[in-house]
Write a protein that binds this ligand. Structure first.
Ligand code: PPS
Length: 279
């Protein structure tokens, strides 16, 4: 499925309701992973079976449109890549935001754009040309930093749960528990059951989600990079040139200095010293 303009528009016009939970991300930051965790929390820890598609179970608002989402039974769990400004707001709706460092994000986004040959004319595209588009904010859903920073500013709102992909990698179990607690008492109680939490952690692992990938995307032709591709923190190091590292780090500093995003990945991203830029 693509993104019909009428679905995008009706997604923008969707009126959020009190019981809605939105999973909000900039693309390639851990959306599908979080959708699957939420789905399992709603299904007593069982994984999404083969034959189902996560994007119909936890639909992508701007892909299926607002009418489709409004017709779903409550409570609704909704994926979106909308910015803070564009996302449908309701004081009693909940928003799970997942951020990922921009270095790994751009690499993942590059393979995504190369692989979805049905949607993009980029099968032969180079990382260098995609990197340039990303740096200019000329990719789907626009500029990475314009997405990240307003959500970081709202990360302590009572109805926002702010997670990072990297923290989910480090401690998946505690991320699952945090999501359950955020969703409410009935979910928090579920994960007190050892069988349920064990099942969720197992089936949310990279190795489990690498299997039966038609559950995440049916549009990937055989032979292309799989949708659940590598699932690593730091894969960017095998893609970036020294110049690209400097450029993105410089942009990261320019855009995040003075915001709470500045220190999100201070232990992971290259320091000025490593780049020969002084202390
Ligand atoms: S999308 O198209 O925006 O919905 O993509 P999204 O799901 O946000 O991001 C895809 C990346 O998430 C990785 N992924 C995982 N990593 C670790 N563990 C699990 N279980 C997992 N599931 C998905 C997926 O591999 C993509 O990252 P890369 O770096 O390309 O591997």
């Amino acid at each position: 499925m693509g993104f019909p303009p009428e679905c995008f528009d009706s997604g923008l016009a969707y009126q959020a309701r009190g019981g809605d939970t939105f999973i909000v991300t900039y693309p390639k930051c851990g959306t599908t992973w979080t959708q699957h965790i939420v789905w399992m929390l709603c299904h007593d820890g069982k994984p999404l079976p083969l034959g189902k598609n996560i994007n119909l179970e936890v639909p992508h608002l701007e892909e299926v449109g607002g009418e489709f989402v409004a017709a779903l039974p409550e409570p609704r769990f909704i994926k979106t890549h909308f910015t803070y400004e564009l996302v449908p707001h309701h004081p009693e709706a909940k928003y799970i935001y997942v951020a990922r460092n921009p270095f790994d994000c751009v690499v993942s986004f590059y393979y995504h754009t190369k692989g979805f040959v049905k949607h993009y004319n980029f099968a032969e595209g180079s990382f260098a040309s995609f990197f340039e588009c990303f740096m200019n904010g000329e990719v789907d859903w626009g500029d990475y930093f314009e997405h990240l920073i307003p959500w970081v500013e709202h990360r302590d709102d009572a109805n926002v749960l702010f997670l990072t992909y990297e923290d989910m990698k480090t401690n998946l179990r505690s991320a699952v528990k945090a999501i359950a607690a955020f969703l409410g008492d009935s979910y928090a109680t579920k994960v007190e059951n050892p069988e349920i939490i064990e099942s969720i952690v197992e089936h949310a692992s990279f190795s489990s989600m690498s299997k039966n990938q038609s559950r995440w995307s049916s549009d990937r032709p055989a032979g292309m990079t799989p949708f659940v591709r590598k699932g690593e923190v730091g894969d960017w190091k095998s893609h970036f040139s020294a110049s690209q590292t400097r450029q993105l780090m410089q942009k990261f500093r320019e855009r995040t200095t003075g915001t709470e995003a500045a220190n999100l990945w201070s232990d992971l991203l290259p320091s000025s010293r490593e780049q020969g830029l002084g202390p």
